[in-house]
Design a protein around this ligand. Structure first.
Ligand code: RFL
Ligand code: PHB
Length: 389
Protein backbone atom coordinates (compact mmCIF):
# COMPACT_ATOMS: atom_id res chain seq x y z
CA UNK A 1 0.00 0.00 0.00
CA UNK A 2 1.16 3.57 -0.61
CA UNK A 3 -0.08 6.96 0.60
CA UNK A 4 1.28 10.48 1.02
CA UNK A 5 1.06 10.77 4.82
CA UNK A 6 0.67 7.92 7.33
CA UNK A 7 -0.97 9.19 10.51
CA UNK A 8 -0.34 7.02 13.56
CA UNK A 9 -3.14 7.49 16.11
CA UNK A 10 -6.85 8.13 15.60
CA UNK A 11 -7.36 10.53 18.53
CA UNK A 12 -8.28 14.17 17.97
CA UNK A 13 -4.81 15.18 16.63
CA UNK A 14 -4.64 12.44 14.00
CA UNK A 15 -8.26 12.80 12.91
CA UNK A 16 -8.10 16.58 12.61
CA UNK A 17 -4.86 16.49 10.63
CA UNK A 18 -6.33 13.81 8.34
CA UNK A 19 -9.48 15.84 7.72
CA UNK A 20 -7.62 19.10 6.99
CA UNK A 21 -5.24 17.34 4.56
CA UNK A 22 -8.11 15.52 2.87
CA UNK A 23 -9.72 18.89 2.06
CA UNK A 24 -6.50 19.92 0.30
CA UNK A 25 -6.39 16.72 -1.70
CA UNK A 26 -3.53 15.19 0.31
CA UNK A 27 -4.02 11.46 0.88
CA UNK A 28 -3.60 9.92 4.33
CA UNK A 29 -4.05 6.56 6.06
CA UNK A 30 -4.81 6.63 9.80
CA UNK A 31 -3.70 3.70 11.99
CA UNK A 32 -5.46 3.33 15.36
CA UNK A 33 -4.56 0.76 18.01
CA UNK A 34 -8.04 0.63 19.57
CA UNK A 35 -11.61 0.54 18.20
CA UNK A 36 -13.68 3.61 17.40
CA UNK A 37 -15.98 2.78 20.36
CA UNK A 38 -13.03 2.63 22.74
CA UNK A 39 -11.68 6.01 21.63
CA UNK A 40 -15.12 7.58 21.94
CA UNK A 41 -15.60 6.26 25.48
CA UNK A 42 -12.65 8.30 26.79
CA UNK A 43 -13.97 11.36 28.64
CA UNK A 44 -11.37 14.08 28.42
CA UNK A 45 -11.12 17.72 27.48
CA UNK A 46 -13.98 20.19 27.49
CA UNK A 47 -12.63 23.65 26.74
CA UNK A 48 -11.77 24.73 23.19
CA UNK A 49 -9.70 27.82 22.39
CA UNK A 50 -10.65 30.05 19.46
CA UNK A 51 -7.73 28.67 17.42
CA UNK A 52 -9.10 25.13 17.66
CA UNK A 53 -12.65 26.31 16.90
CA UNK A 54 -11.35 28.05 13.75
CA UNK A 55 -9.41 24.96 12.72
CA UNK A 56 -12.54 22.79 13.09
CA UNK A 57 -14.41 25.25 10.87
CA UNK A 58 -11.62 25.09 8.31
CA UNK A 59 -11.81 21.30 8.44
CA UNK A 60 -15.57 21.50 7.70
CA UNK A 61 -16.57 19.71 10.90
CA UNK A 62 -17.97 22.56 12.97
CA UNK A 63 -21.69 22.32 12.22
CA UNK A 64 -22.75 20.48 15.40
CA UNK A 65 -20.16 22.31 17.50
CA UNK A 66 -21.45 25.70 16.32
CA UNK A 67 -24.98 24.60 17.24
CA UNK A 68 -24.40 22.82 20.53
CA UNK A 69 -21.31 24.32 22.16
CA UNK A 70 -21.60 26.77 25.04
CA UNK A 71 -19.71 30.06 24.75
CA UNK A 72 -17.88 31.03 27.93
CA UNK A 73 -16.95 34.66 28.38
CA UNK A 74 -14.82 34.04 31.44
CA UNK A 75 -14.00 31.72 34.30
CA UNK A 76 -14.23 31.84 38.10
CA UNK A 77 -11.66 31.22 40.77
CA UNK A 78 -12.44 30.59 44.43
CA UNK A 79 -10.36 30.46 47.58
CA UNK A 80 -12.14 29.51 50.78
CA UNK A 81 -15.38 31.55 50.68
CA UNK A 82 -14.19 34.11 48.12
CA UNK A 83 -15.30 33.74 44.51
CA UNK A 84 -14.24 36.02 41.67
CA UNK A 85 -14.70 36.17 37.95
CA UNK A 86 -12.09 36.73 35.23
CA UNK A 87 -14.09 38.05 32.33
CA UNK A 88 -12.17 37.32 29.10
CA UNK A 89 -14.65 39.23 26.93
CA UNK A 90 -14.34 42.42 28.96
CA UNK A 91 -10.59 42.11 29.48
CA UNK A 92 -9.46 41.12 26.00
CA UNK A 93 -12.56 40.73 23.84
CA UNK A 94 -12.25 36.95 23.42
CA UNK A 95 -13.89 33.79 24.75
CA UNK A 96 -13.63 29.99 24.81
CA UNK A 97 -16.26 27.35 24.10
CA UNK A 98 -17.30 24.22 26.00
CA UNK A 99 -17.64 21.21 23.68
CA UNK A 100 -16.53 17.78 24.82
CA UNK A 101 -13.53 16.07 23.23
CA UNK A 102 -15.75 13.02 22.79
CA UNK A 103 -18.20 14.98 20.64
CA UNK A 104 -15.45 16.61 18.63
CA UNK A 105 -13.84 13.22 18.02
CA UNK A 106 -17.19 11.75 16.97
CA UNK A 107 -17.68 14.59 14.45
CA UNK A 108 -14.20 13.92 13.04
CA UNK A 109 -14.85 10.16 12.72
CA UNK A 110 -18.14 10.87 10.92
CA UNK A 111 -16.40 13.29 8.55
CA UNK A 112 -13.63 10.77 7.78
CA UNK A 113 -16.17 8.07 7.07
CA UNK A 114 -18.22 10.39 4.83
CA UNK A 115 -15.04 11.33 2.92
CA UNK A 116 -14.13 7.67 2.46
CA UNK A 117 -10.74 8.26 4.17
CA UNK A 118 -8.76 5.12 4.92
CA UNK A 119 -8.59 4.21 8.59
CA UNK A 120 -7.31 0.93 10.01
CA UNK A 121 -8.37 0.01 13.56
CA UNK A 122 -6.82 -2.43 16.03
CA UNK A 123 -3.35 -2.16 14.52
CA UNK A 124 -0.57 -3.85 16.49
CA UNK A 125 3.24 -3.74 16.45
CA UNK A 126 3.39 -0.46 14.57
CA UNK A 127 6.98 0.30 13.53
CA UNK A 128 8.35 3.34 11.74
CA UNK A 129 11.21 2.84 9.26
CA UNK A 130 13.70 4.98 7.32
CA UNK A 131 12.46 8.40 8.44
CA UNK A 132 15.88 9.84 7.66
CA UNK A 133 15.62 8.76 4.03
CA UNK A 134 13.34 9.96 1.24
CA UNK A 135 11.18 6.84 1.29
CA UNK A 136 9.97 6.07 4.83
CA UNK A 137 7.47 3.31 5.54
CA UNK A 138 5.40 1.92 8.38
CA UNK A 139 4.80 -1.74 9.20
CA UNK A 140 2.11 -3.17 11.48
CA UNK A 141 -0.05 -6.20 12.01
CA UNK A 142 -3.80 -6.31 11.81
CA UNK A 143 -5.83 -9.51 12.27
CA UNK A 144 -2.51 -11.36 12.53
CA UNK A 145 -1.32 -10.25 9.07
CA UNK A 146 1.76 -8.06 8.63
CA UNK A 147 1.24 -5.01 6.42
CA UNK A 148 3.42 -2.23 5.04
CA UNK A 149 2.56 1.29 3.92
CA UNK A 150 5.09 3.36 1.95
CA UNK A 151 4.71 7.11 2.26
CA UNK A 152 6.31 10.57 2.02
CA UNK A 153 5.79 11.57 5.66
CA UNK A 154 4.66 10.13 8.99
CA UNK A 155 2.63 12.09 11.55
CA UNK A 156 3.08 10.65 15.05
CA UNK A 157 -0.29 11.47 16.67
CA UNK A 158 -0.28 8.42 18.96
CA UNK A 159 -0.48 10.07 22.38
CA UNK A 160 1.87 9.87 25.33
CA UNK A 161 2.20 6.07 25.28
CA UNK A 162 2.60 5.72 21.51
CA UNK A 163 5.56 4.44 19.50
CA UNK A 164 6.37 7.53 17.44
CA UNK A 165 8.30 9.53 20.02
CA UNK A 166 10.42 6.52 20.95
CA UNK A 167 11.46 6.16 17.31
CA UNK A 168 13.59 9.31 17.68
CA UNK A 169 17.00 8.03 18.83
CA UNK A 170 17.96 8.63 22.48
CA UNK A 171 21.02 10.55 21.32
CA UNK A 172 18.80 13.11 19.60
CA UNK A 173 15.72 13.17 21.83
CA UNK A 174 15.63 15.26 24.99
CA UNK A 175 12.70 14.89 27.36
CA UNK A 176 11.73 17.42 30.05
CA UNK A 177 9.36 16.23 32.74
CA UNK A 178 7.71 17.22 35.98
CA UNK A 179 5.42 14.76 37.71
CA UNK A 180 3.04 16.33 40.24
CA UNK A 181 2.48 14.50 43.53
CA UNK A 182 -1.31 14.18 43.08
CA UNK A 183 -4.03 13.33 40.59
CA UNK A 184 -7.54 14.46 39.63
CA UNK A 185 -10.55 12.32 40.36
CA UNK A 186 -13.25 13.28 37.84
CA UNK A 187 -16.91 12.41 37.53
CA UNK A 188 -19.54 13.06 34.90
CA UNK A 189 -23.14 13.34 36.09
CA UNK A 190 -26.47 14.10 34.48
CA UNK A 191 -27.12 17.10 36.70
CA UNK A 192 -27.30 20.83 35.90
CA UNK A 193 -23.95 22.66 36.33
CA UNK A 194 -23.63 24.43 39.67
CA UNK A 195 -22.59 27.73 38.06
CA UNK A 196 -22.78 29.29 34.61
CA UNK A 197 -18.97 29.58 34.39
CA UNK A 198 -16.31 27.04 35.39
CA UNK A 199 -15.04 27.36 38.97
CA UNK A 200 -11.40 26.56 39.75
CA UNK A 201 -11.26 26.20 43.54
CA UNK A 202 -8.27 26.44 45.85
CA UNK A 203 -9.17 25.17 49.33
CA UNK A 204 -7.40 23.89 52.40
CA UNK A 205 -8.55 20.40 51.47
CA UNK A 206 -7.09 20.62 47.98
CA UNK A 207 -8.12 21.73 44.51
CA UNK A 208 -11.56 21.24 42.94
CA UNK A 209 -13.03 22.12 39.54
CA UNK A 210 -16.66 22.57 38.53
CA UNK A 211 -17.03 22.16 34.78
CA UNK A 212 -19.78 21.06 32.43
CA UNK A 213 -20.71 19.68 29.02
CA UNK A 214 -24.26 21.04 28.64
CA UNK A 215 -27.23 22.29 30.68
CA UNK A 216 -27.81 18.86 32.11
CA UNK A 217 -24.36 17.30 32.09
CA UNK A 218 -21.74 18.33 34.63
CA UNK A 219 -18.08 17.45 34.97
CA UNK A 220 -16.46 17.82 38.39
CA UNK A 221 -12.96 17.08 39.65
CA UNK A 222 -11.24 16.94 43.03
CA UNK A 223 -7.49 16.71 43.66
CA UNK A 224 -6.73 13.24 45.05
CA UNK A 225 -3.81 11.11 46.18
CA UNK A 226 -1.88 9.22 43.50
CA UNK A 227 -2.52 6.05 45.47
CA UNK A 228 -6.32 6.51 45.44
CA UNK A 229 -8.35 4.09 43.34
CA UNK A 230 -11.68 4.89 41.68
CA UNK A 231 -13.31 2.01 43.63
CA UNK A 232 -12.37 3.76 46.89
CA UNK A 233 -14.54 6.74 46.03
CA UNK A 234 -18.30 6.28 46.30
CA UNK A 235 -20.43 8.95 44.65
CA UNK A 236 -21.48 10.16 48.11
CA UNK A 237 -17.86 10.54 49.22
CA UNK A 238 -17.06 12.47 46.05
CA UNK A 239 -19.96 14.95 46.42
CA UNK A 240 -19.20 15.43 50.11
CA UNK A 241 -15.55 16.20 49.39
CA UNK A 242 -16.38 18.51 46.49
CA UNK A 243 -18.80 20.54 48.64
CA UNK A 244 -16.18 20.99 51.33
CA UNK A 245 -13.80 22.53 48.79
CA UNK A 246 -16.26 25.10 47.37
CA UNK A 247 -17.47 28.42 48.80
CA UNK A 248 -20.55 27.76 50.96
CA UNK A 249 -22.88 29.69 48.67
CA UNK A 250 -21.83 27.48 45.75
CA UNK A 251 -21.86 24.22 47.72
CA UNK A 252 -25.43 24.95 48.85
CA UNK A 253 -26.58 25.12 45.20
CA UNK A 254 -24.81 21.93 44.06
CA UNK A 255 -27.20 19.38 42.57
CA UNK A 256 -25.85 15.86 43.04
CA UNK A 257 -26.76 12.62 41.33
CA UNK A 258 -25.31 9.28 40.27
CA UNK A 259 -22.03 9.45 38.35
CA UNK A 260 -22.07 8.07 34.80
CA UNK A 261 -18.27 8.04 34.57
CA UNK A 262 -15.52 8.23 37.17
CA UNK A 263 -11.78 8.20 36.56
CA UNK A 264 -8.44 9.29 37.99
CA UNK A 265 -5.77 11.08 35.96
CA UNK A 266 -2.24 11.78 37.21
CA UNK A 267 -0.84 15.28 36.59
CA UNK A 268 2.32 15.74 34.60
CA UNK A 269 4.22 18.33 32.57
CA UNK A 270 6.27 16.83 29.75
CA UNK A 271 7.95 18.07 26.57
CA UNK A 272 10.00 16.16 24.00
CA UNK A 273 12.46 18.02 21.78
CA UNK A 274 12.77 18.03 18.82
CA UNK A 275 9.28 17.31 17.48
CA UNK A 276 10.66 16.27 14.10
CA UNK A 277 13.01 13.49 13.10
CA UNK A 278 13.60 13.42 9.37
CA UNK A 279 10.22 12.65 7.82
CA UNK A 280 8.55 11.91 11.16
CA UNK A 281 6.61 14.73 12.87
CA UNK A 282 5.17 14.46 16.39
CA UNK A 283 1.82 16.08 17.20
CA UNK A 284 -0.17 16.50 20.42
CA UNK A 285 0.23 14.26 23.48
CA UNK A 286 2.89 12.22 21.62
CA UNK A 287 5.23 15.19 22.11
CA UNK A 288 3.96 16.99 25.18
CA UNK A 289 1.65 16.75 28.17
CA UNK A 290 0.31 19.48 30.43
CA UNK A 291 -1.49 19.14 33.74
CA UNK A 292 -5.19 19.77 32.92
CA UNK A 293 -5.47 22.87 35.15
CA UNK A 294 -5.16 25.33 32.25
CA UNK A 295 -7.30 23.23 29.82
CA UNK A 296 -4.43 23.26 27.33
CA UNK A 297 -3.86 19.60 26.30
CA UNK A 298 -6.21 19.33 23.35
CA UNK A 299 -5.57 22.95 22.44
CA UNK A 300 -1.80 22.52 22.18
CA UNK A 301 -2.43 19.41 20.07
CA UNK A 302 -4.47 21.65 17.76
CA UNK A 303 -1.69 24.22 17.35
CA UNK A 304 0.73 21.43 16.36
CA UNK A 305 -1.80 20.20 13.81
CA UNK A 306 -2.09 23.73 12.45
CA UNK A 307 1.69 24.12 11.94
CA UNK A 308 2.10 20.66 10.44
CA UNK A 309 -0.89 21.09 8.15
CA UNK A 310 0.51 24.41 6.90
CA UNK A 311 3.93 22.84 6.34
CA UNK A 312 2.54 19.86 4.42
CA UNK A 313 0.31 22.01 2.22
CA UNK A 314 3.27 24.30 1.46
CA UNK A 315 5.33 21.23 0.57
CA UNK A 316 2.78 19.65 -1.75
CA UNK A 317 1.31 22.81 -3.30
CA UNK A 318 4.35 25.10 -3.53
CA UNK A 319 7.16 22.47 -3.47
CA UNK A 320 8.57 24.43 -0.53
CA UNK A 321 9.85 22.57 2.58
CA UNK A 322 10.28 25.69 4.72
CA UNK A 323 7.16 25.06 6.84
CA UNK A 324 8.23 21.48 7.54
CA UNK A 325 11.80 22.52 8.30
CA UNK A 326 10.62 25.05 10.91
CA UNK A 327 7.78 22.88 12.29
CA UNK A 328 9.51 21.76 15.47
CA UNK A 329 10.75 25.25 16.32
CA UNK A 330 7.39 26.94 15.72
CA UNK A 331 5.36 24.31 17.54
CA UNK A 332 7.71 24.24 20.55
CA UNK A 333 7.77 28.03 20.91
CA UNK A 334 4.03 27.96 21.57
CA UNK A 335 4.08 24.72 23.58
CA UNK A 336 6.54 26.02 26.18
CA UNK A 337 4.31 29.03 26.87
CA UNK A 338 1.29 26.76 27.36
CA UNK A 339 3.42 24.51 29.60
CA UNK A 340 4.33 27.51 31.72
CA UNK A 341 0.70 28.62 32.06
CA UNK A 342 -0.50 25.12 33.00
CA UNK A 343 2.33 24.63 35.49
CA UNK A 344 1.82 28.07 37.08
CA UNK A 345 -1.96 27.56 37.36
CA UNK A 346 -1.43 24.11 38.88
CA UNK A 347 1.01 25.55 41.43
CA UNK A 348 -1.38 28.37 42.32
CA UNK A 349 -4.42 26.19 42.93
CA UNK A 350 -3.31 22.84 44.43
CA UNK A 351 -2.18 21.70 47.86
CA UNK A 352 1.31 20.14 47.78
CA UNK A 353 2.49 17.62 50.38
CA UNK A 354 5.58 19.61 51.39
CA UNK A 355 4.10 23.12 51.41
CA UNK A 356 5.33 25.26 54.31
CA UNK A 357 3.28 28.05 55.93
CA UNK A 358 5.40 30.46 53.91
CA UNK A 359 4.55 28.63 50.67
CA UNK A 360 0.84 28.83 51.53
CA UNK A 361 1.10 32.58 52.14
CA UNK A 362 2.79 32.98 48.74
CA UNK A 363 0.04 30.98 47.05
CA UNK A 364 -2.61 33.09 48.75
CA UNK A 365 -0.83 36.33 47.73
CA UNK A 366 -0.72 35.11 44.14
CA UNK A 367 -4.46 34.39 44.06
CA UNK A 368 -5.23 37.73 45.70
CA UNK A 369 -3.09 39.52 43.10
CA UNK A 370 -5.05 37.82 40.38
CA UNK A 371 -8.30 38.77 42.15
CA UNK A 372 -7.46 42.46 42.43
CA UNK A 373 -5.00 43.24 39.64
CA UNK A 374 -6.32 43.79 36.14
CA UNK A 375 -2.91 43.32 34.51
CA UNK A 376 -2.59 39.89 36.14
CA UNK A 377 -6.12 39.08 34.96
CA UNK A 378 -5.32 40.11 31.39
CA UNK A 379 -2.27 37.84 31.36
CA UNK A 380 -4.39 34.98 32.67
CA UNK A 381 -7.15 35.71 30.12
CA UNK A 382 -4.72 35.83 27.16
CA UNK A 383 -3.22 32.51 28.12
CA UNK A 384 -6.53 30.83 28.90
CA UNK A 385 -8.19 31.76 25.61
CA UNK A 386 -4.97 30.70 23.87
CA UNK A 387 -1.97 32.54 22.47
CA UNK A 388 -2.10 33.26 18.73
CA UNK A 389 -0.72 30.58 16.35
P1 RFL B 1 -4.76 10.94 22.30
O1 RFL B 1 -6.13 11.50 22.56
O2 RFL B 1 -4.09 10.23 23.40
O3 RFL B 1 -4.87 10.00 21.02
C1 RFL B 1 -3.80 9.18 20.61
C2 RFL B 1 -4.38 7.99 19.88
O4 RFL B 1 -3.31 7.17 19.41
C3 RFL B 1 -3.65 5.81 19.64
N1 RFL B 1 -2.39 5.04 19.71
C4 RFL B 1 -1.94 4.28 18.70
N2 RFL B 1 -2.44 4.02 17.48
C5 RFL B 1 -1.73 3.18 16.68
N3 RFL B 1 -0.56 2.60 17.06
C6 RFL B 1 -0.01 2.85 18.26
N4 RFL B 1 1.13 2.29 18.62
C7 RFL B 1 -0.71 3.72 19.15
N5 RFL B 1 -0.48 4.17 20.39
C8 RFL B 1 -1.50 4.96 20.71
C9 RFL B 1 -4.44 5.83 20.93
O5 RFL B 1 -5.27 4.68 21.07
C10 RFL B 1 -5.25 7.12 20.77
O6 RFL B 1 -6.49 6.91 20.16
O7 RFL B 1 -3.76 12.10 21.82
P2 RFL B 1 -4.03 13.36 20.90
O8 RFL B 1 -4.82 13.00 19.68
O9 RFL B 1 -2.73 14.05 20.76
O10 RFL B 1 -5.02 14.29 21.76
C11 RFL B 1 -4.60 14.88 22.99
C12 RFL B 1 -5.79 15.06 23.93
O11 RFL B 1 -6.49 13.84 24.02
C13 RFL B 1 -5.34 15.53 25.32
O12 RFL B 1 -4.32 16.49 25.23
C14 RFL B 1 -6.51 16.18 26.14
O13 RFL B 1 -7.53 15.25 26.38
C15 RFL B 1 -6.00 16.72 27.48
N6 RFL B 1 -7.06 17.26 28.33
C16 RFL B 1 -7.60 18.52 28.10
N7 RFL B 1 -7.18 19.25 27.05
C17 RFL B 1 -7.76 20.47 26.79
O14 RFL B 1 -7.34 21.13 25.82
N8 RFL B 1 -8.78 21.00 27.56
C18 RFL B 1 -9.26 20.31 28.63
O15 RFL B 1 -10.21 20.78 29.24
C19 RFL B 1 -8.65 19.04 28.97
N9 RFL B 1 -9.08 18.32 30.00
C20 RFL B 1 -7.54 16.51 29.41
C21 RFL B 1 -8.55 17.08 30.24
C22 RFL B 1 -7.04 15.23 29.67
C23 RFL B 1 -7.50 14.51 30.74
N10 RFL B 1 -6.97 13.20 30.93
C24 RFL B 1 -7.70 12.06 31.27
C25 RFL B 1 -5.60 12.95 30.55
C26 RFL B 1 -9.04 16.38 31.32
C27 RFL B 1 -8.50 15.10 31.59
C28 RFL B 1 -9.06 14.41 32.81
C1 PHB C 1 -13.28 19.56 31.68
O1 PHB C 1 -14.41 20.06 31.50
O2 PHB C 1 -13.08 18.35 31.60
C2 PHB C 1 -12.15 20.46 32.02
C3 PHB C 1 -12.33 21.83 31.99
C4 PHB C 1 -11.26 22.67 32.32
C5 PHB C 1 -10.05 22.13 32.67
C6 PHB C 1 -9.85 20.75 32.67
C7 PHB C 1 -10.92 19.90 32.35
O3 PHB C 1 -9.04 22.96 33.02
Amino acid sequence: MRTQVVIIGGGPSGLLLGQLLHRKGIETVILERKTREYVLARIRAGILETGLVELLREAGVSERMDRESLVHDGTCISYENELFDINFSKLIGQNVVVYGQTELTRDLYDAREAAGGRMIFETENVEIHDTERDAPYVTFTVDGTEQRIDCDFIAGCDGFHGVSRKTIPDSVRKEYEKVFPFGWLGILSETPPVHDELIYANSQRGFALCSMRNENLSRYYVQCELTDRVEDWSDEAFWEELKRRLPEAVADKLVTGPSIEKSIAPLRSFVCEPMRWGRLFLCGDAAHIVPPTGAKGLNTAASDVHYLYEGLVQFYQDKDAEGLDTYSQRALARIWKAERFSWATTNMLHRFPDQSDFDLKMQRAEIESLHHNEIAQRWFAQNYVGLPY
